[in-house]
Write a protein that binds this ligand. Structure first.
Ligand SMILES: [Zn+2]
Length: 186
């Protein structure tokens, strides 16, 4: 199946088709429920892995205060998240340094996504708290979702699957390469 980015996209049987009535609603069911502490936080777990395991846990890049991780349950091709290293569910607890660092990673991500997927637009934002659609409340994360003209009528949300698809790994490799070359030339 060809996805909105022109890539071959793998959709397992668990695909859920949803409209985009509420901006961030599609992520509501995407994550592990009841994650309240660092020990069981998949974001803390991912960023604590050694660099040679980053591909397995989909971490693309780590800076001093934050990191970029590919969303395992993408809303669209290239859906990634910018995450502070600090485990907190409260945006107001982030230091200005952390927010600046996350913003730097956001801009880096946008450049890489434009280069690799040539999207027509982006949704960028936070789900804070359960009623706002946060699947993981205890560790704040910024979603970055590439958008293409016409993709609002067909929104696949891949949920409830533990298998990392081949498509996700190929997205990982392409973004990793784009990020590395952007970082080298900065
Ligand atoms: Zn955490």
């Amino acid at each position: 199946m060809v996805g909105p980015g022109g890539d071959e996209v793998y959709y397992p049987r668990e695909v859920i088709i949803k409209g985009m009535d509420i901006l961030w609603a599609p992520w509501r069911s995407s994550y592990v429920e009841n994650v309240d502490n660092i020990e069981s936080c998949f974001l803390c777990n991912a960023i604590s892995q050694p660099e040679e395991r980053w591909r397995d846990v989909l971490v693309l890049h780590k800076s001093s205060e934050s990191f970029i991780i590919l969303n395992k349950y993408p809303y669209n091709s290239g859906h990634l998240m910018i995450v502070p290293i600090k485990h907190t569910g409260n945006y107001e607890e982030l230091s200005e340094n952390t927010i600046l660092d996350m913003d730097r990673l956001l801009r880096l991500s946008l450049r890489a996504l434009k280069e690799v997927f040539k999207p027509h637009g982006f949704n960028i934002g936070y789900n804070i708290g359960r009623p706002a659609g946060a699947g993981l409340e205890s560790h704040i994360h910024m979603h970055v979702v590439p958008r293409w003209n016409g993709d609002t009528n067909f929104m696949p949300v891949i949920a409830h699957t533990k298998v990392i698809s081949q498509n996700l790994l190929s997205t990982y490799d392409r973004l990793k390469e784009a990020l590395s070359s952007l970082l080298t030339n900065m």
